[in-house]
Design a protein around this ligand. Structure first.
Ligand code: C2O
Ligand code: CU
Length: 583
């Protein structure tokens, strides 16, 4: 007879092992992997558009390395500042930072700028699949080239609702030959010196300044570009097989330009915007504003004996920058075969009806979380260009944002009231403000712009556009919110009026983190203040933010736990951290 007890013991042990295994698997699923990156930020020589200039790079690369993770993973980025004379930070645009507001990478808001030679550890979870990017968020370092792609794939075992055979990334930006220091000084000088239009548009960090790839096909005074090979500014060519579907992940990190992107002879099906799925719609081209991302599906169903242009061009401002171009290569032929037709023509820069028609098509995919039906607090934000002591600035409800030396997250959490102007900025603006004319009183104030939000409050923000400082004009702005997505409830022309909320879309408004306001128009957003922290909400046009175009939302800051000390040890908090222990 076989003794029973060892058998039972074995079974028990086996069961234990299996249970343990399942438990570990579950743990693995819920915790995700930790992905490590080491980023050294530096200035280096580069030729983004065939002219040598100083560019900001990461680990010797421009644009910075692409971060790729799976939903649920934790990213651990060890950032070392190798700039010799200035601080730096990196913001993870579109990542909500639940529980880690100190890792949001926004100088003066979520952390102290990292000093030269110092290293900072960003550690945060990427909970949701989608197309994102990262960029510098100190002064105008984004304009200097401090950016890269951040792609979050679905967690293992999950499948997208749409099919694709391959994918590629288009990271779009604009490029100036003047350094950001020249630009910053000009913007904060009397007389004011505007940065003007960019010299080039870049696709994945590559553009062509003194030549055109399509010179032979279009009317231009520029010579045809010639490449010997290995030039840094040679276009990044995308290779595809015929009759396949590709997911193109597009992100715009432009400093100024609103762009239109088209691929010659091909249709694009928009499926994702800012990390959220949208009701698919088909277009010939897309508009993309700074701070936005899209995924579009492209089916390679055109003549496989040809190559095609991928083009980007400026919209929303009178362009003075040639189109950015690269080539879609059907692998059936050589990549060096030139497209035979000219690149797609960028739609007229000021055809705003066309821009609106595109923007209004972006609606949430069924199954997307719906907005709360009511708001608890409504904030109307008037965007104006003003003067502050003779300096040209942007102001929101007459307050022009100036960032303090002590990060808000620390000063608010630890009640260091002297660190900023604690007076709350106004929730609205004068009802008789004439948005169609230059401001009648064009003086505004510098302020801290901190709106304090209660935990879980539903907040509506109505962004109201207006006429600029002089002349008859109103500019496009694209507003980005940190720490959240918001529902875009609606857009309208003219001044927002009480009755306009009847037109709000509460059925399928898109969830986004960036939204455009059109000239002389308004845009209505709704979000839930469910993420304790201090979050910037600002125009993503970098010179505009630099000139004060932003506000701060301080959200249930007392609920924020475990802020690493090195995030906040500067300004008035340096002393606090030296003398006391804080958790
Ligand atoms: Cu992508 Cu506060 O910005
Ligand atoms: Cu702006």
């Amino acid at each position: 007879m076989v003794p029973l007890s060892p058998l039972i013991n074995n079974i028990m042990r086996l069961r234990g092992e299996i249970l343990c295994c399942i438990w570990l698997c579950l743990l693995q699923l819920s915790l995700g992997a930790v992905r490590h990156y080491k980023f050294d930020v530096e200035y280096m020589y580069g030729e983004p558009d065939c002219q040598e200039h100083v560019v900001m790079g990461i680990n010797g690369q421009f644009p910075g390395p692409t971060i790729r993770a799976e939903a649920g993973d934790t990213l651990h980025v060890i950032l070392t500042n190798k700039l010799s004379t200035e601080g730096t930070v990196i913001h993870w645009h579109g990542i909500r930072q639940y529980g880690t507001p100190w890792a949001d990478g926004t100088a003066s808001v979520s952390q102290c700028a990292i000093a030269p030679g110092e290293t900072f550890h960003y550690r945060f979870k990427v909970e949701r699949a989608g197309t994102y990017f990262y960029h510098g968020h100190y002064g105008m370092q984004r304009t200097a080239g401090l950016y890269g792609s951040l792609i979050v794939d679905l967690a293992e075992g999950k499948k997208e609702a749409f099919h694709y055979d391959g994918e590629f990334n288009l990271l779009l930006s604009d490029w100036w030959h003047k350094t950001i220091h020249q630009q910053e000084v000009g913007l904060s000088s009397i007389p004011f010196r505007w940065i003007n239009e960019p010299q080039s548009l870049l696709i994945n960090g590559r553009g062509q300044y003194n030549c055109s790839l399509a010179a032979n096909l279009v009317k231009t005074t520029l010579p045809q570009c010639k490449f010997r090979g290995n030039e840094q500014c040679a276009p990044h060519i995308f290779h595809v097989h015929p009759n396949k579907t590709y997911r193109i992940r597009i992100a715009s990190t432009t400093s100024l330009a609103s762009l239109n992107l088209a691929i010659g002879d091909h249709k694009l099906v928009v499926v994702e915007a800012d990390g959220n799925y949208v009701q698919p719609f088909t277009v010939d081209d897309i508009d993309i504003y700074s701070g936005e991302t899209y995924s579009v599906l492209l089916t390679t169903n055109q003549d496989p004996k040809k190559n095609y242009w991928i083009s980007i061009g400026v919209r929303g401002r009178k362009p003075n920058t040639p189109q950015g171009l690269t080539i879609l290569n059907y692998k059936t032929i050589s990549a060096s075969v030139f497209p035979t037709s000219p690149p797609p023509i960028t739609p007229q820069w000021n055809d705003y009806n066309r821009s609106k028609a595109f923007t209004y098509k972006v609606l949430a995919l069924e199954g997307t979380e719906k907005p709360p039906q009511h708001y608890d607090r409504r904030i109307l934000l008037l965007n104006t260009q003003n003067l502050v002591g003779g300096f040209t600035r942007w102001a929101i409800n007459n307050v022009s944002l100036a960032l303090p030396s002590t990060p808000y997250l620390g000063s608010i959490k630890f009640n260091v009231n002297a660190a900023f102007d604690t007076k709350s900025p106004p929730d609205t603006f004068s009802e008789d403000y004439d948005i169609y004319n230059p401001p009648s009183n064009n003086n505004s104030n510098i302020g801290s712009g901190v709106y304090t939000l209660q935990f879980n409050q539903v907040v509506d923000v109505i962004l109201q556009n207006a006429n600029v400082l002089s002349g008859k004009n109103s500019e496009i702005h694209s507003w980005h919110l940190h720490g959240h997505d918001f529902w875009v409830l609606g857009y309208g022309d003219g001044k927002f009026e009480q009755g306009d909320e009847r037109k709000f879309n509460l059925k399928n408004p898109p969830l986004r983190n960036t939204a455009v306001i059109f000239p002389y128009g308004w845009t209505a957003l709704r979000f839930k203040a469910d993420n304790p922290g201090v979050w910037a909400f600002h125009c993503h046009i970098e010179p505009h933010l630099y000139m004060g175009m932003g506000v701060i939302f301080a959200e249930a800051v007392q609920n924020v736990k475990r802020i690493p000390r090195e995030a906040l040890a500067c300004g008035l908090l340096r002393k606090v951290f030296i003398n006391k222990k804080h958790g």
